[in-house]
Design a protein around this ligand. Structure first.
Ligand SMILES: *[C@@H]1O[C@H](CO)[C@@H](O)[C@H](O)[C@H]1NC(C)=O
Ligand SMILES: *[C@@H]1O[C@H](CO)[C@@H](O)[C@H](O)[C@H]1NC(C)=O
Ligand SMILES: *[C@@H]1O[C@H](CO)[C@@H](O)[C@H](O)[C@H]1NC(C)=O
Ligand SMILES: *[C@@H]1O[C@H](CO)[C@@H](O)[C@H](O)[C@H]1NC(C)=O
Ligand SMILES: *[C@@H]1O[C@H](CO)[C@@H](O)[C@H](O)[C@H]1NC(C)=O
Ligand SMILES: *[C@@H]1O[C@H](CO)[C@@H](O)[C@H](O)[C@H]1NC(C)=O
Ligand SMILES: *[C@@H]1O[C@H](CO)[C@@H](O)[C@H](O)[C@H]1NC(C)=O
Length: 404
């Protein structure tokens, strides 16, 4: 998900040699099916534009949605990730670079009106991924520059100086100011726009949001609340609760994964040690709450009965990417042991959950994703699960820990 330039910062040969890999990355990461399936979906571009979000539960066929959804950026970003893969892999089995780039651009285009008119609230950060990717290919692409700046302004416009956060979800009562842990992921667009415009207010907003989230969403044990309701007029915390998790006091695994990635990313941008400590605490919770079968459940506190407790392979893949990013941060503070530890934990999560979820006959790469279990939407393929599966493969190659 990071722009390609960050990948270029990747680890030097010396790190590769110190990060001893205890578990081999699964071969499925570089299966020919990856490029075959992604290409097939990319070539069935509907007109008017629609985007795949998740699959049905039985045959694994994509279900398509109109563009104004929080998930719309993931398929175009997947195509940019395949383009990146052609640069990382010196083999023809990952497809043709110019074809991937052409498809990535084609699939990004119908997002353009969303920069000024969208109903996704805080999720404009996710929508901006393809444009951040585009700038690593062509830093002068003004369409992408304008989209990033507009998405960032949209998110900044949702900032409340009283609460100190950007508003995630709109609510009927405007004094009910709802912030979800997922919002940590959307802060990236503020840093991207700051870089383009020099507007440091955007960074200040991201820091304020993260500071507040660190206090009110992250529990002492490193678990997290999905939703915090603040009072927008008084700043009071009204309620800490869940929407997509099992219970108000449980830890919804995908939220935990967003938090892990989000705080590692905040440390990367600011070098504030609180963020590194928080990312470590979340990582510890995530890793130590995975049961012995290695399968990441949809909620860490959901009951084991009825069995099987639905997995969420997307949470697993997001967490693996977060752990790679955290490993980079450990490396940046010369913590070689920490870098090796998180790298190995990421590979184990990828390996165990790929074993469960690899779905050759489905249109998605992975099955066993849970979009929203309280709404009975479980055990499907998910577009962001596949996206983070592919980026995890790219991360491994760029670190010299796998070859394609
Ligand atoms: C610029 O980026 C946009 C969005 O990714 C893309 O649709 C467009 O094709 C790109 N333009 C050029 C000239 O590459
Ligand atoms: C910087 O961004 C903030 C938040 O979007 C905005 O209110 C402000 O006008 C911007 N400053 C400049 C100089 O453009
Ligand atoms: C927020 O506080 C104000 C002032 O005390 C009160 O009128 C309002 O009902 C509160 N909103 C919520 C959602 O609790
Ligand atoms: C959540 O609260 C319930 C009811 O108080 C309690 O039984 C349960 O153990 C709590 N779960 C966690 C994960 O703290
Ligand atoms: C994984 O998905 C398969 C197929 O949908 C299902 O039969 C199985 O119970 C799932 N396992 C878990 C742990 O979610
Ligand atoms: C290195 O990282 C590990 C894992 O986060 C942590 O427990 C340890 O305290 C770190 N060591 C140093 C010197 O920061
Ligand atoms: C998973 O979804 C199915 C079908 O929507 C539903 O019947 C089932 O109760 C869900 N599983 C759990 C454990 O909630």
């Amino acid at each position: 998900m990071l722009p390609l330039s960050f990948v270029a910062l990747a680890l030097s040969a010396s790190q590769v040699s110190v990060v001893a890999v205890a578990v081999a990355p699964p071969a499925e990461l570089f299966s020919p099916l990856v490029q075959q399936k992604v290409l097939k979906t990319a070539q069935s571009f509907p007109s008017p534009a629609q985007y795949p979000q998740y699959t049905d539960r039985v045959e694994g066929n994509w279900i398509w949605f109109t563009p104004d959804q929080w998930t719309t950026g993931f398929f175009p970003a997947t195509l940019y990730a395949m383009y990146e893969r052609t640069k990382l892999c010196h083999r023809s089995n990952v497809g043709d670079a110019s074809q991937w780039l052409g498809l990535a651009r084609t699939w990004s285009t119908p997002e353009i009106p969303l920069e000024t008119n969208t109903g996704v609230g805080h999720d404009v950060g996710f929508l901006s991924y393809p444009f951040m990717n585009e700038l690593t290919v062509d830093p002068n692409n003004q369409t992408a520059v304008q989209a990033i700046n507009a998405f960032a302004n949209h998110l900044a416009g949702r900032f409340s100086p009283i609460v100190g956060c950007t508003r995630s979800w709109d609510s009927a009562d405007p004094t009910d100011f709802q912030v979800i842990i997922d919002n940590m992921m959307n802060l990236e667009v503020l840093f991207a726009s700051e870089k383009l415009t020099g507007n440091h207010t955007l960074r200040d907003i991201a820091i304020s949001h993260a500071d507040k989230t660190m206090v009110n969403h992250i529990r002492p044990d490193g678990g997290s609340f999905h939703v915090v309701d603040y009072n927008s007029t008084t700043d009071a915390v009204i309620r800490q609760r869940t929407s997509q998790g099992y219970a108000d006091n449980s830890t919804w695994s995908r939220g935990e994964a967003w938090g892990l990635y989000g705080f590692a990313n905040m440390y990367q941008h600011t070098k504030k040690s609180d963020y590194l400590q928080t990312a470590r605490r979340i990582a510890k919770y995530f890793i130590s709450n995975i049961p012995s079968d290695g399968v990441v459940p949809w909620d860490f506190n959901a009951p084991l009965v009825p069995s099987p407790r639905p997995a969420d392979s997307s949470a697993a893949m997001i967490a693996a990417n977060g752990l790679f990013l955290l490993a980079d941060q450990e490396w940046s503070v010369r913590n070689v042991t920490g870098a090796a530890y998180y790298t190995n934990a990421a590979i184990k999560i990828i390996s165990d959950n790929t074993k469960l979820a690899w779905a050759p006959s489905w249109q998605s790469l992975l099955s066993n994703g849970t979009v929203n279990n309280p709404q009975h939407n479980n055990l499907t393929g998910i577009v962001y699960g596949d996206y983070y599966f592919i980026t995890a493969g790219n991360e491994l190659v760029s670190r010299g820990l796998a070859s394609c």
